[in-house]
Design a protein around this ligand. Structure first.
Ligand code: 9MJ
Length: 615
């Protein structure tokens, strides 16, 4: 959007027009974000518009509107919930994006405090900026009375029934709490919970959430608290709105400790910091940790520690002067969908992959994103040529979150589901009750063969290091390897013929293939790539049957009697071993030298022979 706007205006007429366009657009985005929980553009794009508007209002102050979105917290209370007026307004925070902007903030504080204290002596508290929903909880005589969302900062929605379901929210305070307490914090969905919720939704062909923040918002705005309870939300508290006179300590850090002592959870990463340099180090250390934290954050917040200094500094219309959010580089960006390719996996699953116009997302150039399955394409209503929002968080593969429909071009192209495998051209079939499309080619599909060999060689399977994915693809393309057993038939003379293959590398590859022959029954079973047979199932099978011959002839009931093996995995196991081709490959592998130590019957554990028992 911002790229479509004219450059900086030169006269009042142009400025008035641009301010009005920006306000209208920002208000629309505010409504989508705060009220509907369905933002249509990434935060970075929103922030750019706000920055542009702020800049214009500074340059043309006589044109600035007192109702401008730069002057108020976005959002209105939804009609479906009872409204609650906050006794003390819920503030938002001003943002900075650069170190210099933070330095300027600290300098302003020193000037306002008229103190002799320099910026490198300022007493701050640093807190991760949780990317969830701000919430206010009121406790009277230690009992949770009500809970409300921020709404527009003055009036929020009553979500007491849902907040009560959050495991970490105490319904009764402990210790020496004040008679009245209005405490503020952030409700969020831990990443792990979010990922499970979306995986389940994908499995059931249901709507997925774009990110943990939207999932938390959707879960909190449920009219049925039983649904909220299942969503496993979490909360950290970070401020006191108001409390009974005389009950509170004189610094922010001490107050956070008071909250903790009353049973209210506080983020463990919060730290007291002296001076600007310590704040910048803290910013960097939390940024480095960002991907490892179990929850999403979008920056860090710095707050002046002394409550007296906070009072002296006061507020501007929307935010305190004593706090600032230093935002991280955005994890969501906007780019164009250039094409959708279909990849075929080891089990024949045909998965769409988005090819994107390369874009920098939080420091990494992203040109591919996962689309999970065809249902996801339909759910997103995505077309080639669309402007899309992509998200890269943690180590997970980048994802397409949504389509910017307002920017759809008429020439955008609908994506059809493939009827035939893009590799072997066999028919593609949809699995009953599942969102997965599968190539029916089986072993004749070279993509499935290649992927099954990649899986067989991988670290947790036969662990043939030195045999990378690219080399396996070369071997398969040259038809030197057509099945798993062919790996053990490879000769030096064949390898050395491959392009860019040196004598030393060829010998290394043959050495690691030779070494891999010595394995365990569990690893061997896992490496065969039988559907639904992961590492744990393979281990359970090995421990239970102890010999491969017994597994080959076992029936469905026998498999189902084993821990964690359900009817689906049992059926896949039986189908795999009744197949003549598979039995031949298994027996060839053993003929060619793949072996494992015998699994002994468990005896009474004798600590002296612990190793020998293989426990
Ligand atoms: C978040 N979002 O983590 C504040 N916040 O303080 C923290 N938000 C805040 N503090 C005053 N850690 C207004 C908002």
């Amino acid at each position: 959007m911002s790229n479509l706007l004219p450059e900086m205006p030169v006269n009042d007429e142009q400025a008035t027009e641009l301010i009005s366009i920006l306000i209208q657009q920002i208000e629309e985005y505010n409504f989508q974000y705060y009220v509907q929980d369905t933002p249509s553009v990434p935060d970075a794009e929103y922030d750019r518009l706000i920055k542009k508007l702020t800049h214009l209002e500074l340059k043309f102050p006589h044109l600035a509107d007192s109702n401008s979105p730069t002057q108020k917290v976005g959002g209105e209370a939804l009609k479906g919930f009872k409204q609650i007026t906050h006794a003390t307004p819920m503030l938002s925070l001003d943002n900075v994006f650069e170190e210099q902007e933070f330095e300027a903030f600290a300098k302003r504080i020193v000037e306002r405090l008229k103190s002799t204290q320099s910026a490198d002596k300022l007493d701050f508290v640093g807190e991760p900026k949780l990317d969830g929903l701000a919430i206010s909880l009121v406790y009277r005589e230690g009992r949770l009375q009500h809970a409300a969302t921020r709404g527009d900062g003055r009036v929020g929605e009553d979500v007491t029934h849902n907040i009560r379901t959050i495991a970490s929210v105490p319904l009764k305070l402990r210790g020496d709490f004040p008679d009245y307490l209005d405490v503020r914090g952030e409700v969020f969905m831990p990443r792990e919970v979010f990922s499970q919720l979306n995986q389940q939704a994908i499995k059931n062909s249901e709507k997925t959430f774009a990110n943990p923040r939207n999932a938390a918002a959707g879960s909190l705005r449920q009219l049925d608290p039983q649904i909220t309870a299942k969503r496993k939300l979490a909360v950290y508290f970070y401020a006191i709105g108001s409390a009974q006179e005389g009950s509170l300590k004189s610094s922010h850090q001490q107050r956070l400790n008071q909250l903790k002592s009353w049973g209210l959870p506080i983020c463990a990463e919060i730290k007291r910091l002296q001076g600007v340099a310590a704040c910048q180090q803290y910013y960097q250390s939390i940024l480095n940790k960002r991907d490892q934290l179990p929850y999403d954050i979008d920056g860090v917040v710095f707050k002046i520690n002394s409550i007296e200094q906070q009072r002296d500094l006061g507020f501007v219309a929307k935010a305190p002067r004593w706090a600032i959010a230093h935002k991280f580089p955005a994890q969501e960006e906007i780019t164009e969908l250039l094409a959708v390719d279909f990849q075929v996996g080891r089990t024949g699953a045909v998965t769409p992959v988005a090819r994107l116009k390369p874009v920098n997302v939080a420091g990494v150039i992203v040109s591919n994103a996962t689309l999970h399955n065809m249902d996801e394409i339909e759910r997103l209503d995505i077309r080639v040529g669309d402007k899309v929002i992509i998200r890269r968080a943690g180590d997970v593969i980048p994802q397409i979150v949504s389509v910017v429909k307002q920017q759809r071009k008429t020439e955008s192209v609908v994506i059809d589901r493939p009827n035939h495998c893009p590799v072997c051209h066999s028919l593609v079939e949809k699995e009953a009750d599942q969102a997965i499309y599968r190539c029916t080619g089986g072993l004749i599909c070279s993509a499935q063969r290649t992927q099954s060999i990649i899986h067989f060689s991988s670290r947790k399977a036969m662990d043939i290091d030195g045999l990378g994915d690219k080399l396996i693809e070369q071997l398969c393309d040259a038809e030197l390897v057509n099945n798993l057993a062919d790996l053990y038939r490879l000769k030096f003379e064949q390898l050395i013929e491959l392009p860019r293959m040196a004598e030393k590398s060829a010998n290394n590859v043959l050495d690691s293939i030779e070494k891999s022959k010595q394995t365990t029954l569990a690893k061997f079973l896992y490496s065969l790539g039988i559907r639904e047979v992961g590492e744990v199932t393979a281990m359970n099978l090995a421990n239970q049957y102890k010999e491969l011959d017994k597994i080959i002839v076992a029936d469905k009931e026998s498999f189902e009697s084993i821990k964690d093996i359900g009817p689906v995995a049992a059926e896949h196991l039986v189908n795999f071993f009744v197949n003549e081709d598979n039995r031949k490959i298994v027996s060839d592998l053993i003929q060619l030298g793949v072996n494992w130590p015998r699994i002994e019957e468990k005896r009474t554990i004798n600590y002296l022979c612990w190793d020998k028992l293989g426990c």
